[in-house]
Design a protein around this ligand. Structure first.
Ligand code: PMP
Length: 305
């Protein structure tokens, strides 16, 4: 169950958790008309800080733009909303879930006559892929479900409806005993996990599917590309075939919830030495040093509460 906090930000007001409700005939309940974000606040050595807050709020507005959804708050107001929600709940380390959705008015598919509601909730949430995932790595499978073709649903918008696709692949993986799955795209090449971007390492060089591969423009993806380049690694964004994952020296997932999780096998094929690889470890260490403010925040990614 969710680790409830006291207050939820609902259209600009902080109300009790239990009162943050909507009608069952709201447009979003029927047609999946929502866009959302997932980010984290870390209790750093220098106090609580939200990681890449502005970038997440910008992506929320971008996702809304694709769906012609007018969120009546600026990026700055949304950032303040996140900070206010964390503050009032007196929580130092948490997951943050901002969401905007079509509310209650009419129930035709046409959405533009329904009000847009905006909500921000926070709660404590541990490592998404399990406590051991960061060190031990996880076993994953290739999904039989593919990512939406680019002319069906916009993969780059973080919309609630996209997660019906994610749910299908996550259920399949779980029922077959895997922690997570990797989905191929319409052309049969590698896209991403059900809630993560994917990277591979070959001969010391780092690769991840390009933005035309039907992936979310992951903020952790961008963070890891930046960190890797800062450390002197070459990073290539390109089309990646399925078998390159099997043959890679190291493979890992990135995401705000999953952070940087090594993958030790795919479809029961061992990846590299079958455990977290040295470059993955180096990137993880660099990421956690930044997130926990143990090194200078040279990219301005931390927003202190
Ligand atoms: N792909 C999908 C489908 C996701 O749901 C997520 C999680 N938001 C990601 C990638 C990773 O994105 P980010 O690093 O911005 O959390």
């Amino acid at each position: 169950a969710l680790d409830e906090t006291e207050k939820i930000w609902f259209n600009g007001e902080l109300i009790d958790w239990k009162d943050a409700q909507i009608h069952v005939l709201s447009h979003v309940v029927h047609y999946g008309s929502s866009v959302f974000e997932g980010l984290r606040c870390y209790d750093t050595e220098n106090g609580p800080a939200v990681f890449r807050l502005k970038d997440h709020m910008k992506r929320l507005k971008d996702s809304a733009k694709v769906y012609r959804m007018d969120i009546p708050y600026t990026i700055e107001q949304l950032c303040e909303g996140v900070k206010d929600t964390i503050n009032i709940n007196k929580i130092k380390s948490c997951y943050v879930r901002p969401i905007a959705f079509r509310g209650y008015n009419e129930l035709g598919v046409y959405p533009l006559n329904c009000p847009v509601e905006t909500v921000i909730a926070v709660w404590a949430w541990g490592q998404y892929l399990g406590e051991d995932a960061l060190e031990q790595g996880i076993d994953i499978c290739t999904s039989t479900w593919r990512k939406m073709a680019p002319d069906t649903m916009p993969n780059m918008a973080k919309a609630g409806s996209n997660y019906m696709n994610s749910q299908l692949s996550k259920m399949e993986a779980t029922m077959n005993g895997y922690k997570e799955s990797v989905l191929l795209n319409y052309s049969g090449n590698v896209a991403e996990g059900s809630g993560e971007n994917i990277f591979l390492i070959e001969d010391g060089k780092i690769y991840t599917p390009d933005l035309g591969s039907s992936v979310l423009r992951g903020i952790t993806r961008d963070t890891v590309i930046t960190i890797a380049e800062d450390l002197g690694y070459e990073v290539s964004q390109e089309i990646i075939s399925r078998e390159r994952l099997y043959l890679a020296d190291e493979v890992f997932f990135t995401g705000s919830a999953a952070e940087l999780s090594p993958i030790r096998s795919i479809d029961q094929i061992q990846i590299g030495k079958g455990k977290r690889g040295p470059i993955t470890k180096k990137l993880q260490d660099a990421l956690f040093d930044i997130i926990n403010n143990r090194v200078e925040d040279e990219h301005g990614w931390l927003d202190f509460i």
